[in-house]
Design a protein around this ligand. Structure first.
Ligand code: HEC
Length: 214
C-alpha cells in the first residue's frame, strides 16, 4: 500500500517538474538577433570595457562612467534582440514603436488609471488636449473615432494601426504632426512613461470612441 502511494507521489512530482520545465520553455521569448549579430555586439561591448579599464589610473571616475554606460548599452542590446526584463511594466517605455507594440501584451491596461494619468499635473496632457476641440491640440473626445476615420486615411499613415498611431503620437510626436496644429507636444514622454502607464493611457484614448468634434 505504502509503495503504491510512494509511486503516486513520485509520479506527481515528476509531472510537476515536467510542467515547470515546459512552461519555462514556453515563457522563453523569440530571439530576434542572430548569433553572429550577438557576437558582434558582444565584441563591441568588450572593446568598450577594455578601453574603460585603460582609463582607470588616469581618471577613475571617467572609467566608472564608461563602465556604467557600457552596462546600459549591454541592456539595450539585449532589449533590442527581444529580451523582456521582469520589470518591463515599470521601466521607461522608450520610443521604439514596433518594440512597444510587441510589449503591450505583457501588461493588462487600466483605462481608469489612464484617465488619472491624462489629467495629472505631471503629464499634463489635459493642459493642451481639452475634451472638446481646442485650438492648442486635437480634442480628447472621439480620439479613437477620429484616428480611425480621418487620420489613418492620410497616405502618410498607410498601413498604420490605430494603436500604432496613438503610440507614435505620444512617444514620437514629431514623426507625424496633425495638419493645422503646431508641433508643440513634449518629446520626452517615452522617458517619462512606463510601459504600464502608456498602456493605461492608450486604453483611455481607445475608449474615446464617440463622435469626434473635429
Ligand atoms: C504642450 C501641449 C501638449 C501636451 C502637453 C500634450 N499634447 Fe498631445 N498633441 C498636441 C498637439 C499640438 C498635437 C497635434 C500636433 C501633433 O501631431 O503633434 C497633439 C497630438 C496628439 C495626439 C494625436 C491626436 C489626433 O487627433 O490625431 C495624441 C493621441 C496625443 N497628442 C496624446 C497626448 C497625450 C497622451 C499627452 C500626455 C501624455 C499629450 N498628448 C500631451 C499638444 C500636446
Amino acid at each position: 500500500m505504502l509503495n503504491r502511494w510512494q509511486s503516486v507521489i513520485k509520479y506527481n512530482a515528476l509531472l510537476a517538474l515536467v510542467l515547470v520545465v515546459v512552461s519555462g520553455l514556453a515563457a522563453q521569448r523569440e530571439v530576434t538577433c542572430t548569433p553572429a549579430e550577438l557576437a558582434r555586439q558582444q565584441a563591441a561591448l568588450a572593446d568598450a570595457l577594455a578601453a574603460a579599464a585603460e582609463r582607470i589610473k588616469a581618471d577613475p571616475y571617467a572609467a566608472l562612467a564608461a563602465w556604467f554606460e557600457t552596462g546600459a548599452a549591454a541592456q539595450d542590446a539585449a532589449l533590442n534582440c527581444g529580451y523582456i526584463p521582469p520589470d518591463v511594466a515599470t521601466r521607461a517605455v522608450g520610443d521604439d514603436v514596433p518594440r512597444i507594440l510587441n510589449l503591450l501584451d505583457e501588461v493588462s491596461a487600466d483605462p481608469l488609471n489612464g484617465q488619472l494619468l491624462y489629467n495629472s499635473d505631471t503629464l499634463a496632457c489635459y493642459g493642451c488636449h481639452v475634451a472638446q476641440a481646442g485650438e492648442a491640440a486635437p480634442a480628447l473626445d472621439g480620439t479613437y473615432t477620429r484616428v480611425e476615420e480621418t487620420r489613418l486615411l492620410d497616405p502618410a499613415l498607410v498601413e498604420y494601426s490605430i494603436t500604432q498611431y496613438l503610440i507614435e503620437s505620444i512617444v514620437h510626436p514629431m514623426e507625424y504632426v496633425v495638419p493645422n496644429y503646431s508641433a508643440v507636444m513634449p518629446t520626452d514622454y517615452g522617458q517619462r512613461l512606463s510601459l504600464q502607464d502608456l498602456a493605461d493611457l492608450l486604453a483611455y484614448l481607445e475608449s474615446q470612441d464617440g463622435a469626434s468634434p473635429e
